[in-house]
Design a protein around this ligand. Structure first.
Ligand SMILES: C[S@@+](CC[C@H](N)C(=O)[O-])C[C@H]1O[C@@H](n2cnc3c(N)ncnc32)[C@H](O)[C@@H]1O
Length: 281
């Protein structure tokens, strides 16, 4: 662990190999749904804030080969994995830097675009982060922010025990200063940070047995794996006992059976640093 990793010791998902694999599974499964409409122009400068192991970097850099992408993360270990992944994908338009979003070593107005995905949910001060990132944008620059919202998870068969296990993750993230329900707040957060032309589009994942890639890639390997990852912390904090936890996880996996259904909504926001002449705030 580096000093910077110690700073993020309260990061609810941790930095294990299993979590890295989960981020990669998540990004691969959701790439089309989340990124089909994200293309950065040739010659533009893009900051990816909180790139992690590079799971989204490959998708955004691959779709915009003419953009110069600067990807930063506080974790040296994750950055190393990101560098390897991007190099293996043959992507050449990304450079990496270990840095904290709240203390980035770039002058004001350095970037045309900022991209931030699944990071605001872990920050104690998401508006402060957005305000800092806004300062780095050129006049007229844009931000793309993507977040999930665990309150949007519903499924068949319905299960109080499964919802209780999910609530443990929501509570642990809140205890660490984050917000696992942040997706629904993207508009007010961006508005409060002073962004203009804020447009949020919900991206719903609907999974049933006719979509086996989503059953495996999303229900099992992204969502259920994420909840399962906080088992020890949830029990150690006294949020739930082992029997109730195990029942909740069994019920979550039950939704991936042939007659099961799983629904979840991500929120993708795009905003600019200044209002277009015809727009409302
Ligand atoms: C859930 S991961 C998401 C990574 C990547 N964006 C993705 O979607 O796969 C959150 C990442 O944010 C990083 N992070 C958290 N707080 C940060 C901060 N203050 N500055 C920079 N990175 C931060 C963590 O180290 C972690 O890699």
């Amino acid at each position: 662990m580096t000093d910077a990793d110690v700073v993020r010791a309260d990061y609810v998902h941790g930095y294990s190999g299993r979590e890295s694999q989960r981020l990669l599974d998540q990004a691969t499964t959701l790439a089309e749904l989340l990124h089909w409409d994200t293309v950065f122009p040739t010659g533009s400068d893009v900051l990816e804030a909180g790139c992690g192991v590079g799971a989204q970097t490959v998708a955004i850099a691959g779709a915009s080969p003419g953009a110069r992408i600067r990807s930063v993360d506080v974790s040296a270990q994750s950055l190393q994995a990101a560098k390897t992944r991007v190099a293996r994908a043959g992507i050449r338009n990304v450079t990496f830097l270990q840095a904290d979003i709240f203390n980035l070593p770039f002058p004001a107005h350095s970037f045309d675009h900022v991209f931030v995905c699944f990071v605001l949910e872990h920050l104690r001060d998401p508006v402060g982060a957005l305000t800092t990132l806004k300062r780095l944008l050129k006049p007229g620059g844009t931000i793309t922010a993507i977040e999930g919202d665990h309150g949007s998870a519903y499924f068949h068969p319905n299960s109080v025990a499964a919802q209780r296990a999910i609530q443990c993750l929501v509570d642990l993230q809140a205890m660490a200063g984050g917000d696992a329900l942040i997706g629904r707040r993207l508009y007010p957060l961006l508005f409060e940070a002073g962004f203009k032309n804020v447009m949020v589009s919900p991206r719903m994942v609907y999974v049933d047995a006719s979509r086996p890639q989503l059953v495996d890639g999303f229900t099992r390997k992204t969502f259920n794996a994420m909840v399962e990852g906080v088992r020890n912390d949830a029990i150690a904090c006294g949020l739930i006992d082992e029997a109730a936890w195990d029942q909740g996880i069994r019920d979550l996996h039950r939704t991936a059976e042939p007659d099961g259904v799983f629904c979840y909504t991500f929120f993708k926001a795009v905003a600019t640093t200044r209002a277009s002449p015809s727009s409302t705030p």
